[in-house]
Write a protein that binds this ligand. Sequence first.
Ligand SMILES: O=C(O)CCC(=O)C(=O)O
Length: 297
Amino acid sequence: MPELAHLSADATSAEICAVLDRDGALIIDDAMAPGLLDRLRVEILPYVEATPVGMDEFTGRHTTRTGALAARSAACRDLITDTRLMGACDIFLKPFCDRYQLHLTQLIRIKDGQGRQPLHRDRLAWGGFLRGDIEPQLNTIWAVTDFVEANGATCVVPGSHRWDEGREATSDDICFAEMRAGSVLVYSGSVIHAGGANRSGADRMGLNITYCLGWLRQEENQYLSCPPEIARAFSAELQQLLGYAMGSYALGYFTPPLPPGEGPEIVPPEWLFSGKAQSWGEDLYAQVSDRASAGAL
Ligand SMILES: O=C(O)CCC(=O)C(=O)O
């Protein structure tokens, strides 16, 4: 059986990317800062407990998926901007974009009785339209419980990010991302993988945080999962990752739909939070929402 490489928590972004490039996936052991796992559990578990199971084979009829975690959890926000992973995104994604962005946040709880998810590559979220030599995504699953084969540790096919499209994985190609809680699986959007089968009698929980090229559509719509009223309190780095920034010279501007002459026309989204739009009033976005709610637009 193939094995995943394990790096230590002090691995550099360059070391992470060297293995990611070679194998398509790796584990960083004990990557969470002390105390972070406890904070994460306290902040997220009430939402997880209230989340219904999936409705098909892919999302999992014994699996729950809880989102909006940038908005809901400060500990998750710390993980999103982990410096090792930001550095890895710089190396891995920047050759294909001016800016990368948060793609999704999702706590995946695989409950006892769930069978293995169909094997897949995450880049299929965009259909088959992306050229094979474009690497669109860098993904992580932070272990919130221990991951072992019996509880549904992610199944990964190392090296499959380089396979021809038609090649299918056999059971000999698959390994299990076994890791202690607090560790993180890092994998490319091009590597074949799946959530594992859980027959352990207890939940397996992993926090999926993924990043993609800034010119692609995000899987979780961050403008709705984390609207400006919430994002305004975040660091500029996180706001930009959520998508409140130009994706390149012309991508992502907005025009506040105010009455003639009352607002600017071409506004970079980061102006919402930087005070640069204040010549049109204290809070451009609030002006639009207040007037829209009052039926005045
Ligand atoms: O939960 C996991 O281990 C992997 C889940 C996954 O690959 C997916 O839902 O696309």
